[in-house]
Every structure is written in structure tokens, then in C-alpha cells.
Write a protein that binds this ligand. Structure first.
Ligand code: UDP
Length: 477
């Protein structure tokens, strides 16, 4: 092993901003530590254009573009990211994404040895490419340790064979976690083991289990139990390297949001957003608006057309109480944001006091990094388990659950008052959120006591070089 060359790192995120952004953030941490490594991000042309536009130009990242023809799979021809895919077609999109395989394989075979693929779990088939070309392979989980373990474990158990009403709440044996039937997506409950959701996820998860190592976007001190579960369950080295998020807004116009926030008292504003691609149903939108108008707390609401409409279509005033937007604007009480909000900037502002969130993992990390407690409305998938964990940890109160949840104005007011008010529960939530903010803030510390995630990433590279030496010995002996 006297001829060890540095590995070419190939980053392979899923076709979605919510995945690409944490990969970019991971990249910038790697780049700072290893200025001379060759690192290439592989994606489709459209996703590469967006990625280039949000990458600071001083960081050198290569791009390799591979073609994707969604129309060959019954999808709209522009559907090259999940947010451009109508929800019922998501499963077709997931399946179609494996058509990238021949081009990906071509690229890997063209690289000189050694290579280290860092792949999204949705592209876990890349582990088969990795075996074929004798590269090192890691999975980078862009979701949390707790929720991923529960999500993986549940899918592998499909069909769940639950008897509704008897088994409303059931135990996941090897995890010692109790799940309620309302915390399982419809597709999971209806899957019989042979339907396309179950087939896709079971195969995808089994391939993940064959990887050499797992990186996860979390912090040791934030999710100790989740990480313990994940380590036990995966039986491979797991390296927490969070919080990783990318704060560059797609639209850099701030629209006077900071100025508006500057006029509000500390921790007084409720921020509301359901992520990059979700929205709530029409009745809930009305109830939420009415609740907000009668409350004293100012709010910023990233609002989209309700469920059932294309979320990119023009917003209609009739979806809200008559005159709502004009009134709250005039009273300087509420801001409605109809396009992309500078979420991280809003959460970082001291006027922001709580986040009504669907508990997507990026939103969760961004909120807690800034010490903002969560009012949770998980809509589907791993969001249920993020919400559950946050509630168990005393960082959130769950307001509603599931896409079709009923929302009542009185309940909204009560929960907002509990989280943002000067009562005991509110104070506890704030204290706990501040404690976790500290854990997040120190995670990437490099001087003095090394932060947990700095150490995680260094350990990962040490593990990887040892593995590469082993492989090289095998190749050249
Ligand atoms: N986001 C944003 N502005 C918006 C909507 C979303 O900046 O108007 C960002 C948000 O900061 C987060 C990501 O988009 O980084 C959403 O990711 P998350 O995992 O929370 O939810 P998803 O969109 O994947 O459901």
C-alpha cells in the first residue's frame, strides 16, 4: 500500500432541493478540511443549474450531468425535481429515478481509482454500482436518526397487519417505540407487501443496509436515543455530521421582511411554513387565518394554494376570509409570503418566537439551531416521527396530524398561547429549545474542544481512508 492516492468523492443527492442543499453543506465542510480532494456532484441538468446558482463561487465543486427523461415514465417532461411532480405521481418519480443508473455507472467506470460514492438513500441502488467497480460507498441520510430508523423499520414490516381500533397504538419490537396508526402514511397502511410503494421502499432500504457507512444530518447531543437506535439497527459505522443546511435563498429579495421583523418585540412572531412542496387543505387554511386574526401575536405565513391545487398557481383571495390579507397588512400584524421565503433569516431573527411547521427535517434543524420551539403539524412520511420525537423531548407541541386533519380555531389559539405565552409549559419549551441551540452551535467547533460533528466528519474520513487502503491492498496484491 505504498501508492495510496486520494479518493475522488462522488456526491449523489436525490433530485430535490431538500436533499441537494444538505449535500452542498456537507461538501463545504469536506472542502474546508480537504482543499485538494477532487469532488464531483452528479445530477440532472436542471438540478445542476439550480445548484450552481446557490453554491458560493470560491468553493470548487465539479459537476457531472446525467440525462433524465421523465416523460418516458408517464411524468410531465419538466418533472426533474420532486416539487414539480403532482403528489400521486411521486412513486412513479421515485421509480423513474433509477433510469439514471446506466449513465451513473458509465461515469463511475470512467474515473480512476480510488473512488468514494456518497449517495442519497433514495439512490441506494448505487451500492450495486459501487460493488461492481470496487469503490467505497456511504449513505448520507438527510433526515433524522430517530425518524429514519422508525421509517425504515416500519416499511420492512409491511404489511403491518393491524386491526384498526384494537391496534390503534402498536409497539415496534426491536426499537421499543410506540407508534399510533395515525402516524403511518396512507400508503404504508394500505400497502400489502406487493404494492409499488412497499416494493420500492423495501428494496431501497435493503440496499441501504449494504453500504459501508452512514452519515446522518444530526448532532450526537441532540438525538442520542435516535442515534443509538440507528446504530443498533444498521450495524455499520454511523457518523453524525449535522446540522447541515444551506441558507442561501433561491430568490434573494428580502421584500422588507427583516425591516418588518425589526419592529416586533423579541420572540413575539409566529412563523408558519409547510416546507418546499406541501400545503394544507382549504378548510384548515380558513380556520388558521381566523385564529390568527383574533390573536395578539404577529405572524409571517408562507402561504400556497390549498391542497388539490397546483401549489405554483396564482393565489386567490377567496381561499382566505374576505379582506384578510389587506387587513393584517394594514394593521402590521401579519405578512403573507407567496413565493420562496428566506426561512433561515426569519428563524434567526430575535423577533421570531415559534415555528408552525410540518416538521420536515431541514425545517426542524433550522428552527432548533436558532432556539425556536415548534408547533407541529406533521403531514406525512417521516414528519410524523420528527414531530413525535420533538414532543417527547419537550421541544414541540403537536397541533394536528396528517394531511386531512381537522383544525379548529380555538385549538390553534390554545396551542399558540401555550407555546408562545408566559405560562410554565411555554417557558419550559423555550428553555429546552435554547439548550438544544447550544448543542447545535457547538457541533462544528474546531478550536479548543472539538465539536461533535467536526469529530464525526474527521472520524468518517479516517474510517474511509482505512477502508480504501484495505481495498487497494486487495486490488494490488
Ligand atoms: N424553504 C425556504 N423557503 C420557503 C420554503 C422552504 O427557504 O419558502 C426551505 C427551508 O428553509 C428548508 C427547506 O426549504 O431548508 C424545506 O425542507 P424541509 O426538510 O423542511 O421540508 P420539505 O420541503 O423537504 O418537505
Amino acid at each position: 500500500s505504498n501508492h495510496i492516492s486520494k479518493p475522488h468523492i462522488v456526491l449523489f443527492p436525490f433530485l430535490d432541493q431538500g436533499h441537494i442543499r444538505p449535500f452542498l453543506s456537507l461538501f463545504s465542510h469536506i472542502r474546508r478540511r480537504h482543499p485538494d480532494l477532487t469532488i464531483t456532484l452528479v445530477s440532472t441538468p436542471g438540478n445542476i443549474i439550480i445548484t450552481r446558482s446557490i453554491l458560493p463561487s470560491f468553493l470548487s465543486l465539479n459537476f457531472h450531468s446525467i440525462p433524465f427523461s421523465p416523460e418516458l415514465h408517464g411524468l410531465p417532461s419538466n418533472a426533474d425535481t420532486t416539487c414539480k411532480v403532482p403528489f400521486p405521481l411521486i412513486i412513479s418519480f421515485l421509480k423513474a429515478s433509477e433510469s439514471l443508473r446506466p449513465a451513473f455507472e458509465n461515469f463511475i467506470s470512467s474515473l480512476s481509482y480510488p473512488v468514494h460514492i456518497i449517495s442519497d438513500p433514495f439512490f441506494s441502488w448505487s451500492v450495486e454500482v459501487s460493488r461492481k467497480y470496487n469503490t467505497l460507498h456511504s449513505i448520507f441520510l438527510t433526515s433524522g436518526a430517530y425518524s429514519t430508523t422508525v421509517w425504515f423499520s416500519l416499511w420492512l414490516k409491511v404489511p403491518l397487519g393491524l386491526r384498526p381500533s384494537v391496534d390503534d397504538e402498536f409497539q415496534l419490537p426491536e426499537l421499543n417505540v410506540k407508534i399510533h396508526i395515525s402516524q403511518c402514511s396512507k400508503n404504508m397502511l394500505e400497502a400489502d407487501g406487493n404494492n409499488q410503494w412497499a416494493t420500492f421502499f423495501q428494496r431501497q432500504i435493503r440496499l441501504c443496509l449494504q453500504s459501508d457507512a452512514t452519515l446522518v444530518n444530526t448532532v450526537e447531543g441532540f438525538e442520542p436515543m435516535g442515534l443509538q437506535m440507528l446504530r443498533k439497527w444498521l450495524s455499520m459505522p454511523v457518523f453524525p455530521v449535522g446540522p447541515l443546511y444551506h441558507s442561501a435563498s433561491l430568490l434573494t429579495n428580502n421584500n422588507g421582511i427583516a425591516e418588518w421583523l425589526n419592529t416586533k418585540p423579541p420572540a413575539s412572531v409566529l412563523y408558519i411554513s409547510f416546507g418546499s412542496q406541501f400545503t394544507v387543505h382549504a378548510r384548515a387554511m380558513m380556520e388558521l387565518a381566523i385564529a390568527l386574526e383574533y390573536m395578539s401575536h404577529p405572524f409571517i405565513w408562507v402561504i400556497r394554494p390549498p391542497l388539490g391545487y397546483d401549489i405554483r398557481e396564482k393565489f386567490k383571495a377567496e381561499w382566505l376570509p374576505e379582506g384578510f390579507e389587506g387587513r393584517v397588512k394594514l394593521q402590521k400584524k401579519g405578512l403573507l409570503i407567496h413565493e420562496w421565503a428566506p426561512q433561515v433569516e426569519i428563524l434567526a431573527h430575535e423577533a421570531t418566537g415559534a415555528f408552525l411547521s410540518h416538521c420536515g427535517w431541514n425545517s426542524t434543524l433550522e428552527s432548533l439551531t436558532h432556539g425556536v420551539p415548534v408547533i407541529a403539524w406533521p403531514l406525512l412520511a417521516d414528519q410524523f416521527y420528527n414531530s413525535k420525537m420533538l414532543e417527547d423531548m419537550g421541544l414541540a407541541v403537536e397541533l394536528a396530524r396528517g394531511l386531512m386533519a381537522d383544525l379548529e380555531r380555538e385549538w390553534v389559539q390554545e396551542v399558540v398561547q401555550t407555546v408562545m405565552g408566559e405560562n410554565n409549559k411555554g417557558k419550559e419549551l423555550k428553555l429546552k429549545a435554547r439548550e438544544i441551540r447550544e448543542v447545535m452551535e457547538t457541533a462544528w467547533k474546531e478550536d479548543g474542544d472539538e465539536g461533535a460533528s467536526s469529530k464525526g466528519l474527521n472520524d468518517f474520513f479516517q474510517f474511509a481512508s482505512k477502508k480504501i487502503i484495505d481495498k487497494q491492498d486487495m486490488v494490488f496484491s
